[in-house]
Design a protein around this ligand. Structure first.
Ligand code: EPU
Length: 417
Protein backbone atom coordinates (compact mmCIF):
# COMPACT_ATOMS: atom_id res chain seq x y z
CA UNK A 1 0.00 0.00 0.00
CA UNK A 2 1.19 3.50 -0.79
CA UNK A 3 1.05 6.27 1.81
CA UNK A 4 2.01 9.91 1.73
CA UNK A 5 4.25 10.78 4.65
CA UNK A 6 4.42 14.47 5.55
CA UNK A 7 6.67 15.97 8.20
CA UNK A 8 4.93 19.22 9.03
CA UNK A 9 5.84 22.77 9.97
CA UNK A 10 8.20 23.52 7.08
CA UNK A 11 8.08 26.93 5.40
CA UNK A 12 7.20 26.88 1.69
CA UNK A 13 9.31 29.20 -0.47
CA UNK A 14 9.88 29.38 -4.21
CA UNK A 15 7.60 28.73 -7.17
CA UNK A 16 4.94 26.14 -7.98
CA UNK A 17 3.97 25.90 -11.64
CA UNK A 18 0.35 24.93 -12.22
CA UNK A 19 -0.46 22.12 -14.66
CA UNK A 20 -3.27 21.83 -17.18
CA UNK A 21 -6.77 21.54 -15.73
CA UNK A 22 -7.89 17.99 -14.96
CA UNK A 23 -11.54 18.77 -15.54
CA UNK A 24 -10.79 20.34 -18.93
CA UNK A 25 -8.38 17.68 -20.13
CA UNK A 26 -10.73 14.84 -19.20
CA UNK A 27 -13.38 16.31 -21.52
CA UNK A 28 -11.03 17.46 -24.31
CA UNK A 29 -9.61 13.96 -24.77
CA UNK A 30 -12.94 12.20 -25.44
CA UNK A 31 -13.97 15.21 -27.59
CA UNK A 32 -11.14 14.50 -30.04
CA UNK A 33 -12.85 11.36 -31.28
CA UNK A 34 -15.42 13.51 -33.08
CA UNK A 35 -12.72 14.10 -35.69
CA UNK A 36 -11.33 11.50 -38.10
CA UNK A 37 -7.95 13.16 -38.14
CA UNK A 38 -5.17 13.62 -35.62
CA UNK A 39 -5.68 16.14 -32.83
CA UNK A 40 -2.87 17.42 -30.62
CA UNK A 41 -3.51 18.70 -27.12
CA UNK A 42 -0.86 20.57 -25.15
CA UNK A 43 -0.51 21.09 -21.40
CA UNK A 44 -2.18 17.79 -20.50
CA UNK A 45 -1.57 16.96 -16.82
CA UNK A 46 0.23 13.72 -16.01
CA UNK A 47 -2.40 12.25 -13.70
CA UNK A 48 -3.98 8.82 -13.50
CA UNK A 49 -7.38 10.04 -14.77
CA UNK A 50 -5.66 10.83 -18.09
CA UNK A 51 -4.06 7.35 -18.12
CA UNK A 52 -7.54 5.85 -17.68
CA UNK A 53 -8.96 7.86 -20.61
CA UNK A 54 -6.00 6.93 -22.82
CA UNK A 55 -6.70 3.26 -22.04
CA UNK A 56 -10.32 3.67 -23.18
CA UNK A 57 -9.21 5.41 -26.39
CA UNK A 58 -6.69 2.67 -27.12
CA UNK A 59 -9.34 0.02 -26.42
CA UNK A 60 -11.59 1.74 -28.99
CA UNK A 61 -8.79 1.63 -31.56
CA UNK A 62 -7.49 5.20 -31.48
CA UNK A 63 -3.77 5.80 -31.81
CA UNK A 64 -2.63 7.66 -28.73
CA UNK A 65 0.86 9.13 -28.36
CA UNK A 66 1.88 10.86 -25.15
CA UNK A 67 5.10 12.71 -24.68
CA UNK A 68 5.54 14.88 -21.61
CA UNK A 69 2.48 17.14 -21.53
CA UNK A 70 1.49 16.62 -25.18
CA UNK A 71 -1.04 14.05 -26.29
CA UNK A 72 -1.76 13.20 -29.93
CA UNK A 73 -4.92 11.31 -30.71
CA UNK A 74 -5.68 9.82 -34.10
CA UNK A 75 -9.28 8.59 -34.12
CA UNK A 76 -9.45 7.62 -37.80
CA UNK A 77 -9.56 3.89 -37.03
CA UNK A 78 -11.89 3.86 -34.05
CA UNK A 79 -14.34 1.02 -33.69
CA UNK A 80 -17.47 1.81 -31.69
CA UNK A 81 -17.28 -0.95 -29.09
CA UNK A 82 -19.09 -1.23 -25.76
CA UNK A 83 -16.91 0.24 -23.01
CA UNK A 84 -16.43 -2.31 -20.23
CA UNK A 85 -17.52 -1.80 -16.64
CA UNK A 86 -13.87 -1.82 -15.54
CA UNK A 87 -13.00 1.05 -17.91
CA UNK A 88 -16.20 3.01 -17.25
CA UNK A 89 -15.87 3.00 -13.47
CA UNK A 90 -12.22 4.05 -13.31
CA UNK A 91 -13.18 7.72 -13.41
CA UNK A 92 -16.11 10.11 -13.59
CA UNK A 93 -15.22 11.61 -16.96
CA UNK A 94 -15.61 8.29 -18.82
CA UNK A 95 -19.19 9.60 -19.27
CA UNK A 96 -17.95 11.97 -21.98
CA UNK A 97 -17.58 8.94 -24.26
CA UNK A 98 -21.39 8.67 -24.18
CA UNK A 99 -21.83 12.09 -25.79
CA UNK A 100 -18.84 11.74 -28.11
CA UNK A 101 -19.66 8.23 -29.43
CA UNK A 102 -23.35 9.07 -29.76
CA UNK A 103 -22.42 12.17 -31.76
CA UNK A 104 -20.09 10.31 -34.09
CA UNK A 105 -21.76 6.88 -34.45
CA UNK A 106 -25.33 7.48 -33.20
CA UNK A 107 -24.70 4.71 -30.70
CA UNK A 108 -22.87 4.42 -27.40
CA UNK A 109 -22.67 1.73 -24.75
CA UNK A 110 -20.99 2.01 -21.37
CA UNK A 111 -21.55 1.66 -17.62
CA UNK A 112 -22.35 4.23 -14.97
CA UNK A 113 -19.14 6.23 -14.43
CA UNK A 114 -16.86 6.09 -11.37
CA UNK A 115 -15.13 8.99 -9.61
CA UNK A 116 -15.25 10.30 -6.07
CA UNK A 117 -18.11 9.10 -3.85
CA UNK A 118 -19.18 12.55 -2.71
CA UNK A 119 -22.88 12.25 -3.35
CA UNK A 120 -25.38 10.45 -5.60
CA UNK A 121 -24.05 12.20 -8.73
CA UNK A 122 -26.81 11.06 -11.09
CA UNK A 123 -26.45 11.49 -14.88
CA UNK A 124 -30.16 12.07 -15.53
CA UNK A 125 -29.53 15.50 -17.10
CA UNK A 126 -27.02 14.07 -19.57
CA UNK A 127 -29.55 11.41 -20.55
CA UNK A 128 -32.42 13.92 -20.74
CA UNK A 129 -30.33 15.95 -23.19
CA UNK A 130 -29.53 12.92 -25.36
CA UNK A 131 -33.23 12.01 -25.44
CA UNK A 132 -34.19 15.55 -26.44
CA UNK A 133 -31.80 15.17 -29.40
CA UNK A 134 -33.67 12.03 -30.46
CA UNK A 135 -31.80 9.20 -28.76
CA UNK A 136 -33.39 6.25 -27.01
CA UNK A 137 -31.83 4.99 -23.81
CA UNK A 138 -31.92 1.50 -22.36
CA UNK A 139 -30.31 0.91 -19.01
CA UNK A 140 -29.82 -2.45 -17.36
CA UNK A 141 -27.68 -3.17 -14.32
CA UNK A 142 -25.88 0.17 -14.59
CA UNK A 143 -25.14 -0.35 -18.31
CA UNK A 144 -26.44 2.31 -20.69
CA UNK A 145 -27.22 1.60 -24.34
CA UNK A 146 -27.96 4.81 -26.19
CA UNK A 147 -28.96 4.90 -29.83
CA UNK A 148 -30.45 7.29 -32.33
CA UNK A 149 -31.53 6.92 -35.96
CA UNK A 150 -30.77 10.57 -36.32
CA UNK A 151 -29.78 13.30 -33.87
CA UNK A 152 -31.79 16.49 -34.31
CA UNK A 153 -31.14 19.85 -32.68
CA UNK A 154 -33.45 20.75 -29.77
CA UNK A 155 -33.93 23.28 -26.98
CA UNK A 156 -32.76 21.75 -23.71
CA UNK A 157 -33.19 23.28 -20.26
CA UNK A 158 -30.95 21.92 -17.52
CA UNK A 159 -32.61 21.81 -14.08
CA UNK A 160 -29.14 22.19 -12.61
CA UNK A 161 -26.20 23.83 -14.36
CA UNK A 162 -24.07 20.67 -14.38
CA UNK A 163 -20.62 20.85 -15.96
CA UNK A 164 -20.76 17.22 -17.07
CA UNK A 165 -24.25 17.46 -18.59
CA UNK A 166 -23.44 20.73 -20.40
CA UNK A 167 -20.31 19.30 -22.02
CA UNK A 168 -21.88 15.95 -22.85
CA UNK A 169 -24.87 17.58 -24.56
CA UNK A 170 -22.53 19.95 -26.41
CA UNK A 171 -20.60 16.91 -27.69
CA UNK A 172 -23.75 15.08 -28.78
CA UNK A 173 -25.21 18.18 -30.46
CA UNK A 174 -22.05 19.09 -32.38
CA UNK A 175 -22.89 16.69 -35.21
CA UNK A 176 -26.69 16.74 -34.84
CA UNK A 177 -28.89 18.15 -37.61
CA UNK A 178 -29.89 21.76 -36.97
CA UNK A 179 -29.67 24.00 -33.95
CA UNK A 180 -29.44 22.99 -30.27
CA UNK A 181 -29.86 25.51 -27.48
CA UNK A 182 -28.80 24.60 -23.95
CA UNK A 183 -30.49 26.83 -21.38
CA UNK A 184 -29.18 27.11 -17.82
CA UNK A 185 -25.88 25.74 -19.07
CA UNK A 186 -22.92 25.59 -16.69
CA UNK A 187 -20.47 28.48 -17.12
CA UNK A 188 -17.22 26.97 -15.82
CA UNK A 189 -13.99 27.86 -17.72
CA UNK A 190 -13.62 24.16 -18.59
CA UNK A 191 -16.74 24.43 -20.76
CA UNK A 192 -15.26 27.34 -22.70
CA UNK A 193 -12.05 25.32 -23.16
CA UNK A 194 -13.96 22.35 -24.66
CA UNK A 195 -16.12 24.57 -26.90
CA UNK A 196 -12.96 26.27 -28.19
CA UNK A 197 -11.42 22.93 -29.15
CA UNK A 198 -14.62 21.81 -30.88
CA UNK A 199 -14.83 25.12 -32.77
CA UNK A 200 -11.16 24.75 -33.79
CA UNK A 201 -12.13 21.36 -35.21
CA UNK A 202 -14.97 22.90 -37.22
CA UNK A 203 -17.93 22.90 -34.82
CA UNK A 204 -20.26 25.91 -34.57
CA UNK A 205 -20.74 26.63 -30.88
CA UNK A 206 -21.63 30.05 -29.48
CA UNK A 207 -22.21 31.29 -25.96
CA UNK A 208 -19.94 28.90 -24.01
CA UNK A 209 -19.23 30.57 -20.67
CA UNK A 210 -22.76 32.02 -20.51
CA UNK A 211 -25.94 30.26 -19.43
CA UNK A 212 -27.20 29.88 -23.02
CA UNK A 213 -25.12 27.83 -25.44
CA UNK A 214 -26.12 27.51 -29.08
CA UNK A 215 -24.78 24.68 -31.22
CA UNK A 216 -25.33 24.63 -34.97
CA UNK A 217 -24.74 21.02 -36.03
CA UNK A 218 -22.02 20.27 -38.61
CA UNK A 219 -21.34 17.08 -40.60
CA UNK A 220 -17.59 16.90 -40.39
CA UNK A 221 -14.90 17.78 -37.87
CA UNK A 222 -11.22 17.93 -38.72
CA UNK A 223 -8.15 17.60 -36.50
CA UNK A 224 -6.48 20.51 -34.77
CA UNK A 225 -4.21 21.79 -32.02
CA UNK A 226 -5.35 22.93 -28.62
CA UNK A 227 -4.08 23.83 -25.16
CA UNK A 228 -5.58 22.88 -21.80
CA UNK A 229 -6.22 25.88 -19.52
CA UNK A 230 -4.40 26.01 -16.15
CA UNK A 231 -6.02 24.02 -13.35
CA UNK A 232 -7.86 26.52 -11.15
CA UNK A 233 -8.43 23.93 -8.42
CA UNK A 234 -4.80 22.83 -8.28
CA UNK A 235 -3.87 26.55 -8.21
CA UNK A 236 -6.36 27.19 -5.41
CA UNK A 237 -5.00 24.28 -3.38
CA UNK A 238 -1.43 25.62 -3.53
CA UNK A 239 -2.55 29.21 -2.86
CA UNK A 240 -4.14 27.91 0.34
CA UNK A 241 -0.88 26.05 1.11
CA UNK A 242 0.88 29.41 0.80
CA UNK A 243 -1.59 31.02 3.20
CA UNK A 244 -0.96 28.19 5.67
CA UNK A 245 2.83 28.04 5.60
CA UNK A 246 4.26 30.03 2.67
CA UNK A 247 6.76 32.83 2.55
CA UNK A 248 6.38 34.66 -0.74
CA UNK A 249 5.27 31.40 -2.34
CA UNK A 250 4.66 32.04 -6.05
CA UNK A 251 1.90 30.10 -7.79
CA UNK A 252 2.48 30.63 -11.50
CA UNK A 253 0.89 29.79 -14.83
CA UNK A 254 -2.62 30.58 -13.63
CA UNK A 255 -5.55 32.69 -14.79
CA UNK A 256 -6.27 34.83 -11.68
CA UNK A 257 -9.85 35.53 -12.83
CA UNK A 258 -10.57 31.77 -12.56
CA UNK A 259 -9.68 31.77 -8.85
CA UNK A 260 -11.37 35.05 -7.94
CA UNK A 261 -14.01 33.44 -5.71
CA UNK A 262 -11.16 31.99 -3.65
CA UNK A 263 -8.89 35.05 -3.61
CA UNK A 264 -11.80 37.26 -2.60
CA UNK A 265 -12.47 34.97 0.44
CA UNK A 266 -8.77 34.86 1.28
CA UNK A 267 -8.66 38.66 1.25
CA UNK A 268 -11.63 38.67 3.66
CA UNK A 269 -9.57 36.41 5.92
CA UNK A 270 -6.62 38.86 5.66
CA UNK A 271 -4.33 36.56 3.67
CA UNK A 272 -1.65 38.72 2.05
CA UNK A 273 -1.81 38.18 -1.73
CA UNK A 274 -0.08 39.82 -4.66
CA UNK A 275 -2.07 39.10 -7.79
CA UNK A 276 -0.14 39.38 -11.06
CA UNK A 277 -1.17 38.71 -14.67
CA UNK A 278 -0.47 35.00 -14.49
CA UNK A 279 0.72 34.42 -10.94
CA UNK A 280 -0.19 34.92 -7.29
CA UNK A 281 2.32 35.50 -4.52
CA UNK A 282 1.12 34.40 -1.09
CA UNK A 283 2.53 34.33 2.44
CA UNK A 284 1.36 33.10 5.80
CA UNK A 285 0.45 35.66 8.41
CA UNK A 286 -0.87 35.48 11.96
CA UNK A 287 -4.44 36.18 13.10
CA UNK A 288 -6.60 35.17 10.17
CA UNK A 289 -10.19 36.44 10.31
CA UNK A 290 -12.92 33.73 10.25
CA UNK A 291 -15.39 33.81 7.37
CA UNK A 292 -18.53 32.19 5.94
CA UNK A 293 -18.97 30.65 2.52
CA UNK A 294 -21.39 28.64 0.45
CA UNK A 295 -20.29 26.43 -2.45
CA UNK A 296 -21.91 27.47 -5.70
CA UNK A 297 -21.62 26.90 -9.43
CA UNK A 298 -19.09 29.09 -11.28
CA UNK A 299 -18.36 31.95 -10.76
CA UNK A 300 -19.33 31.22 -7.14
CA UNK A 301 -17.05 29.51 -4.62
CA UNK A 302 -16.10 26.09 -6.09
CA UNK A 303 -17.10 22.97 -4.19
CA UNK A 304 -13.73 21.50 -5.19
CA UNK A 305 -11.94 24.03 -2.93
CA UNK A 306 -14.30 23.70 0.01
CA UNK A 307 -12.29 20.92 1.66
CA UNK A 308 -8.89 22.65 1.18
CA UNK A 309 -10.06 26.05 2.51
CA UNK A 310 -11.55 24.36 5.58
CA UNK A 311 -7.98 23.62 6.72
CA UNK A 312 -7.18 27.34 6.62
CA UNK A 313 -10.34 28.06 8.60
CA UNK A 314 -9.04 25.81 11.41
CA UNK A 315 -6.30 28.44 11.83
CA UNK A 316 -8.59 31.51 11.88
CA UNK A 317 -9.31 33.38 15.13
CA UNK A 318 -12.96 32.42 15.67
CA UNK A 319 -15.79 30.50 14.05
CA UNK A 320 -16.07 30.01 10.29
CA UNK A 321 -18.96 28.34 8.45
CA UNK A 322 -19.02 26.41 5.18
CA UNK A 323 -22.27 25.42 3.52
CA UNK A 324 -21.90 22.72 0.85
CA UNK A 325 -24.72 23.05 -1.68
CA UNK A 326 -23.48 20.93 -4.60
CA UNK A 327 -22.81 17.51 -3.07
CA UNK A 328 -24.55 15.67 -0.23
CA UNK A 329 -21.46 13.87 1.00
CA UNK A 330 -18.44 16.12 0.74
CA UNK A 331 -17.55 16.40 4.43
CA UNK A 332 -15.84 13.04 4.79
CA UNK A 333 -12.51 14.73 5.52
CA UNK A 334 -13.85 16.27 8.73
CA UNK A 335 -13.46 13.24 11.06
CA UNK A 336 -9.82 13.04 9.95
CA UNK A 337 -9.21 16.77 10.47
CA UNK A 338 -10.75 16.44 13.92
CA UNK A 339 -8.51 13.42 14.58
CA UNK A 340 -5.61 15.79 13.88
CA UNK A 341 -6.92 18.27 16.43
CA UNK A 342 -9.37 20.60 14.68
CA UNK A 343 -12.72 21.45 16.21
CA UNK A 344 -15.31 21.13 13.45
CA UNK A 345 -18.99 20.30 13.88
CA UNK A 346 -21.26 19.19 11.08
CA UNK A 347 -24.90 20.14 10.98
CA UNK A 348 -26.51 18.69 7.83
CA UNK A 349 -24.82 20.48 4.94
CA UNK A 350 -23.09 23.04 7.19
CA UNK A 351 -19.66 22.70 8.76
CA UNK A 352 -18.88 24.95 11.71
CA UNK A 353 -15.15 25.39 12.18
CA UNK A 354 -13.96 26.69 15.53
CA UNK A 355 -10.45 28.11 15.28
CA UNK A 356 -7.67 28.46 15.92
CA UNK A 357 -6.61 24.89 16.64
CA UNK A 358 -3.20 23.24 16.61
CA UNK A 359 -3.00 20.22 14.33
CA UNK A 360 -0.96 17.10 15.11
CA UNK A 361 0.28 14.49 12.65
CA UNK A 362 -1.43 11.10 12.73
CA UNK A 363 -2.73 8.39 10.37
CA UNK A 364 -5.53 9.70 8.11
CA UNK A 365 -7.26 8.76 4.86
CA UNK A 366 -7.91 10.53 1.57
CA UNK A 367 -11.59 9.61 1.25
CA UNK A 368 -11.82 11.43 -2.11
CA UNK A 369 -9.61 13.64 -4.28
CA UNK A 370 -10.14 17.02 -2.63
CA UNK A 371 -10.43 15.45 0.83
CA UNK A 372 -6.95 14.11 0.09
CA UNK A 373 -5.77 17.60 -0.84
CA UNK A 374 -7.14 18.85 2.50
CA UNK A 375 -5.19 16.12 4.33
CA UNK A 376 -1.99 17.17 2.55
CA UNK A 377 -2.57 20.80 3.58
CA UNK A 378 -3.29 19.78 7.16
CA UNK A 379 -0.14 17.63 7.17
CA UNK A 380 1.95 20.61 6.04
CA UNK A 381 1.06 22.60 9.17
CA UNK A 382 0.74 19.74 11.65
CA UNK A 383 3.26 19.05 14.36
CA UNK A 384 4.98 15.73 13.76
CA UNK A 385 4.30 13.26 10.96
CA UNK A 386 1.07 12.73 9.03
CA UNK A 387 0.47 9.49 7.11
CA UNK A 388 -2.18 9.67 4.40
CA UNK A 389 -3.70 6.43 3.12
CA UNK A 390 -5.75 5.94 -0.08
CA UNK A 391 -3.27 8.09 -1.96
CA UNK A 392 -4.70 6.95 -5.32
CA UNK A 393 -7.45 9.52 -4.96
CA UNK A 394 -4.88 12.33 -4.78
CA UNK A 395 -2.79 11.05 -7.70
CA UNK A 396 -5.89 11.01 -9.90
CA UNK A 397 -5.99 14.79 -9.87
CA UNK A 398 -2.74 16.43 -8.74
CA UNK A 399 0.22 16.19 -11.10
CA UNK A 400 3.58 15.54 -9.37
CA UNK A 401 2.24 16.73 -6.04
CA UNK A 402 5.18 15.28 -4.11
CA UNK A 403 7.80 16.87 -6.37
CA UNK A 404 6.01 20.22 -6.57
CA UNK A 405 5.79 20.51 -2.78
CA UNK A 406 9.30 19.14 -2.19
CA UNK A 407 10.72 21.78 -4.58
CA UNK A 408 9.36 24.56 -2.35
CA UNK A 409 10.59 23.08 0.92
CA UNK A 410 7.97 20.58 2.13
CA UNK A 411 9.04 17.24 3.61
CA UNK A 412 6.70 14.90 1.78
CA UNK A 413 7.32 11.39 0.48
CA UNK A 414 5.31 8.72 -1.25
CA UNK A 415 6.12 5.45 0.52
CA UNK A 416 5.28 1.84 -0.06
CA UNK A 417 4.37 0.15 3.25
N1 EPU B 1 -26.40 16.58 -11.22
C1 EPU B 1 -27.64 16.05 -11.43
N2 EPU B 1 -27.88 15.40 -12.60
C2 EPU B 1 -26.95 15.26 -13.56
C3 EPU B 1 -25.66 15.80 -13.35
C4 EPU B 1 -25.42 16.45 -12.16
O1 EPU B 1 -28.52 16.15 -10.59
O2 EPU B 1 -27.25 14.67 -14.61
C5 EPU B 1 -26.11 17.26 -9.95
C6 EPU B 1 -25.38 16.34 -8.98
O3 EPU B 1 -26.26 15.57 -8.19
C7 EPU B 1 -24.57 17.32 -8.15
C8 EPU B 1 -24.23 18.41 -9.16
O4 EPU B 1 -25.21 18.31 -10.19
O5 EPU B 1 -25.37 17.88 -7.17
C9 EPU B 1 -22.85 18.23 -9.76
O6 EPU B 1 -22.84 16.96 -10.29
P1 EPU B 1 -21.67 16.14 -10.95
O7 EPU B 1 -20.76 15.57 -9.95
O8 EPU B 1 -22.27 15.24 -11.94
O9 EPU B 1 -20.89 17.30 -11.59
P2 EPU B 1 -20.12 17.37 -12.84
O10 EPU B 1 -20.62 18.57 -13.44
O11 EPU B 1 -20.09 16.16 -13.66
C10 EPU B 1 -17.77 18.49 -12.50
C11 EPU B 1 -16.40 18.10 -11.98
C12 EPU B 1 -16.41 17.99 -10.48
C13 EPU B 1 -16.90 19.29 -9.89
C14 EPU B 1 -18.27 19.67 -10.47
C15 EPU B 1 -18.78 20.99 -9.97
C16 EPU B 1 -15.55 16.75 -13.79
C17 EPU B 1 -15.13 15.42 -14.29
N3 EPU B 1 -16.03 16.81 -12.57
O12 EPU B 1 -18.63 17.46 -12.18
O13 EPU B 1 -15.06 17.77 -10.10
O14 EPU B 1 -17.00 19.16 -8.49
O15 EPU B 1 -18.19 19.71 -11.90
O16 EPU B 1 -17.93 21.99 -10.34
O17 EPU B 1 -15.42 17.74 -14.49
C18 EPU B 1 -13.29 17.22 -8.66
O18 EPU B 1 -12.52 17.62 -9.55
O19 EPU B 1 -12.90 16.93 -7.50
C19 EPU B 1 -14.71 17.08 -8.97
C20 EPU B 1 -15.54 16.38 -8.22
Amino acid sequence: MQVLEIKGKKELKGTIRISGAKNSAVALIPATILSDEETTIYNVPNITDIDALSEILTFLGAKVTREKEIIKIDSSKIENKAISEEHSTKLRASYYFLGALLSKYKKAEMYFPGGCSIGARPINLHLKGFEALGATIKSEKNCYKIEAKELKGARIYLDFASVGATINIMLAATKAKGKTIIDNAAKEPEIVNVATLLNNMGAKIKGAGTSTITIEGVEHLHGGFHEVIPDRIEAGTYIIAGALCGKNLKIENIIPKHVEALTSKLKDMHVPLEIGNDYILVSKQENYIPTKLKTLIYPGFPTDLQQPIMVLMTQAEGTSIIEETIYENRFMHIPYLNKMGSNIEVNNQKAVIHGPTKLKGTKVKATDLRAGAAMVLAGLIAEGTTYIENVDHILRGYENIVQKLTNVGAKIELKEI
